[in-house]
Design a protein around this ligand. Structure first.
Ligand code: MGD
Ligand code: MGD
Ligand code: SF4
Ligand code: MO
Length: 741
């Protein structure tokens, strides 16, 4: 190592907050990580995960060469051998059984990288299989469906304008721990404090008194899975007390009277016993929301990964609309990312079920099937049975309900290839593992989370260090898999392939009369693009033709990749601005407040019986953990074990459970045994277990994580239990039995 050190700036890709990091590079290694005080968005904020980027990159268990299975063992191989093996396995499966026999699972980190943002779609298209699965149906798909119906596009998701609001109602989210989700908001704690300091109020609805709930002005414990009832009661009260004020949106909303009729059976008295919040409180909350000058309702994991996820997610924005808070400063607003195209105010709208899954007949949503049904498609014989699997940045054996069953199913596949840096619970079953480079060696631009950012910003991070000899750029790895899936073989010229795609895109924009470069010659555009790689040139095109772009010279002050390179701390594009009606893509050009598929579910909800389980399990997140894959960083897992079952004090006493002792938790599908934490922070009848643990399976090569293995809570969650509209797994509110050991 040399003494010479230099600073490099980059956007943290580990969670949705997109903090700016300042890396001190010692040679090509990260010697120190700090929050970038000059970052236009995060202004120096950092969390323990971002601070561990150097350790993550240097992790000794990170694969630095591909692995290929030989005689049953995963052994190091050259890239040529690995791609040849991938080609043989995928081509054989397609030729023998057809394209649907090859399933694709796209995991959470695919939305945190340029490789995923630009090329996951290329891989999907090249594969042409209906068996596409992603983490979305373990997460936010209900929000996509609700917003698809309401606003016409699955990415038109409003976010609370935290810096200007006076009242924030948070349901089923703990942004103090998660740093925000579908809400890109670096330094949530600081911004919430500022909200309170200017006289605003924060109310948190959560069965657990989370870190966010502790910092809030009010915490309302709710029975898991019942937020829909609370929100229906609030909507009922808004109508009953004549508090509905659409404001500027009045001429852009249809279906308000239909919603009034739909919520009629859900008076606060009728829903109180369902959600465990009393009627007077529900009324008060509705009045407070209506009275606040500027307010926003926000729901996350506890409102999506539940039985009525789509209805609940829809209600969140129904309340924003009914109180006149949608699309106004300080309310719930639509960001306008630098790489987006502004719309025309209407479009084809949104639908689900254009095709159905083979075994359970579940509807396609956004082109994919529910992750919970992957095991069915692998296990059930017949035409179209899944025989091979590609995983890209996913750990489904850890993340998907009824994990034991999915694990067994994955073990029976003819072939599996994974793009992943680790040999973990999932990839231990792979025949080929293709590792991406350390994060600091990749260029980064946040294509996904700028869609949900509370300020419009743009940051580009060039690689902080050159690619290690022996590694491949992740984009190239994914493109090569796409070429293999397309039948072009393992040695296809992928650079020419993407250049061809880029030239087609240039031809399209220059022929599109709504594009700012309509009529330009594609050749001239091609010559004007900058970027060291095809990915960077693609990014340059999107930035330059985007809403803040330089439009290839027409707006000389506008954005381009070169401008972002000159501004390593990012470019601030200002606070969010109203976007209705331009943002809408519904056929009517209106906000369609009462979509019939959602209304059907609401009517059904009224008729459901009150379940009588003694215990239900919910999840939680910890600042030092990140889903299933960051437990191999010693500084993050040091100290008290994070994977425990939290039990209410009274429940513990009654069952004879003691802090630090062991409990057995049993559900319809499985059983786990883990350490008990006794606390008043969780409501009686509810227990909480974090996900992403259980690293002690045979063959897992995670030395540190193995020491603090924990158990996989998805051995309890039930693959038969889903939100009917979105197919999203029920991860919160799962009935279980609890007993001491
Ligand atoms: N019970 C329960 N289950 C849950 C949840 C819950 O709250 N409760 N949460 C759900 C949610 S919200 C989500 S998003 C899913 C997440 O579940 P998954 O989509 O399975 O993703 P992760 O657990 O984040 O695992 C990421 C995988 O990508 C690999 N990886 C990390 N970085 C990179 C990279 O840069 N490139 C590549 N190619 N690979 C990389 C890791 O080694 C790991 O294998 O889990 C879901 N499962
Ligand atoms: N540190 C850290 N940050 C992360 C992640 C991580 O694993 N660790 N994962 C990232 C990912 S993939 C995602 S999707 C986001 C998720 O971001 P968040 O949604 O903020 O996730 P959680 O921290 O799990 O908070 C969910 C809260 O919902 C509560 N809850 C459970 N069931 C219910 C219910 O029925 N009703 C209500 N009202 N509340 C309920 C839980 O008690 C919990 O406090 O976080 C992201 N950020
Ligand atoms: S909050 Fe998220 S983006 Fe910010 S440093 Fe932590 S992991 Fe990175
Ligand atoms: Mo997630």
């Amino acid at each position: 190592m040399t003494d010479e050190s230099r600073l490099a700036y980059r956007t943290c890709p580990l969670c949705e907050a997109t903090c700016g990091l300042e890396l001190t590079m010692q040679g090509d290694q990260i010697a120190r990580v700090r929050g970038d005080d000059s970052d236009v968005f995060s202004k120096g904020f950092i969390c323990p995960k971002g601070a561990s980027l150097g350790l993550l990159d240097a992790d000794a268990d990170r694969l630095r060469a591909p692995r290929v299975r030989r005689d049953g063992r995963l052994v190091p191989a050259t890239w040529a051998e690995a791609f040849a093996a991938a080609d043989a396995g995928i081509t054989r499966a397609i030729q023998a059984y057809g394209r649907d026999a090859v399933a694709l699972y796209l995991g959470n980190p695919t939305v945190h990288s340029l490789a995923g943002g630009l090329y996951a779609g290329t891989l999907r298209k090249a594969l042409g299989s209906r068996n596409v699965y992603t983490a979305s149906t373990l997460d936010q798909m209900p929000k996509h469906v609700a917003c698809g119906y309401l606003f016409g596009h699955i990415l038109s998701i409003p976010v609370p304008d935290i810096d200007r609001t006076d009242f924030l109602l948070i349901l089923g989210a703990d942004p103090h721990s998660s740093n925000g989700s579908l809400w890109t908001v670096p330094d949530v704690p600081g911004r919430l404090r500022a909200l309170q300091a200017r006289g605003g109020r924060v109310v948190v609805v959560d069965p657990r008194c989370s870190r966010t709930a502790k910092s809030a002005d009010q915490h309302l414990p709710i029975r898991p899975g019942t937020d829909a009832f609370l929100l229906l009661g609030m909507a009922h009260e808004l109508f009953a007390a004549d508090l509905v004020t659409l404001g500027r949106l009045a001429e852009h909303v249809t279906g308000v009277d239909d919603v009034r009729a739909l919520v009629a059976p859900f008076a606060p008295e009728a829903v109180a016993s369902r959600c465990g919040i009393d009627a007077a409180m529900i009324r008060e909350l509705a009045h407070e929301l209506a009275a606040a000058p500027r307010a926003a309702v926000y729901g996350r994991i506890g409102t999506t990964t539940v039985l009525h996820g789509t209805v609940t997610s829809w209600l969140v924005d129904v309340l924003n609309v009914l109180t006149g808070n949608l699309d106004r400063a300080g309310g719930a607003m639509f960001p306008l990312p630098a790489t987006s195209r502004q719309g025309r105010g209407s479009g084809p709208g949104f639908q689900i079920g254009r095709w159905r899954s083979r075994v359970r007949g579940l509807p396609e949503v956004a082109g994919e099937f529910p992750a919970v049904t992957l095991a069915d498609e692998i296990e059930t014989p017949g035409e179209g049975q899944v025989r091979a699997l590609i995983t890209f940045a996913g750990n489904p054996a850890s993340s998907v309900p009824n994990a034991d069953r999915l694990e067994r199913a994955i073990g029976t596949l003819d072939f599996m290839v994974s793009v992943d840096p680790y040999v973990n619970e999932t990839t231990r079953h792979a025949d080929v593992i293709l590792p991406p480079p350390p994060l600091s060696q990749e260029a980064h631009y946040d294509l996904a989370f700028t869609n949900f950012a509370v300020r419009n910003v743009a940051n580009f991070s060039p690689p902080a260090a050159p690619l290690d000899a022996g590694l491949r750029d992740e984009g190239e790895i994914v493109l090569r898999l796409a070429a293999i899936a397309a039948g072009l073989g393992p040695d296809a010229d992928v650079v020419t392939m993407v250049s061809g795609e880029l030239r087609k895109a240039l031809a399209r924009v220059s022929a599109d009369e709504t594009s700012p470069v309509f009529g330009h010659s594609p050749e001239a555009l091609w010559a004007a693009l900058s970027g060291d790689t095809a990915a960077e040139r693609q990014l340059d095109l999107r930035l330059r033709t985007g809403p803040y772009g330089d439009w290839f010279g027409a707006k000389p002050e506008g954005l381009s990749l070169s401008v972002l390179r000159e501004n390593p701390h990012g470019v601030d594009l200002g606070p969010l601005k109203p976007r209705v009606p331009e943002v809408l893509r519904t056929p009517s050009g209106m906000i369609e407040l009462c979509p019939e598929p959602v209304a059907v579910e609401v009517r059904r909800l009224g008729a459901t019986a009150q379940p009588g389980h003694e215990f239900v399990v919910v999840g939680r997140r910890h600042l030092r953990s990140n889903n299933s894959w960051m437990h191999n960083v010693p500084t993050l897992v040091r100290g008290k074990p994070l994977c425990t079952v939290a039990v209410n004090t009274m429940d513990a006493k009654r069952l004879g459970l003691v802090a630090g002792g062991l409990a057995r938790v049993t559900s319809r599908v499985g059983r786990v045994e883990l350490t008990v934490e006794v606390t008043d922070d969780i409501a009686p009848g509810v227990i909480s277990i974090p996900h992403g643990w259980g690293h002690d399976l045979p063959g897992v090569e995670l030395t540190v994580a193995r020491e603090q293995a924990g158990v996989n809570t998805n051995r309890l969650t039930d693959d038969l239990s889903i939100d009917p509209l979105s197919g999203t797994a029920v991860l919160n509110g799962v009935p279980v039995e609890l007993a001491p050991i």
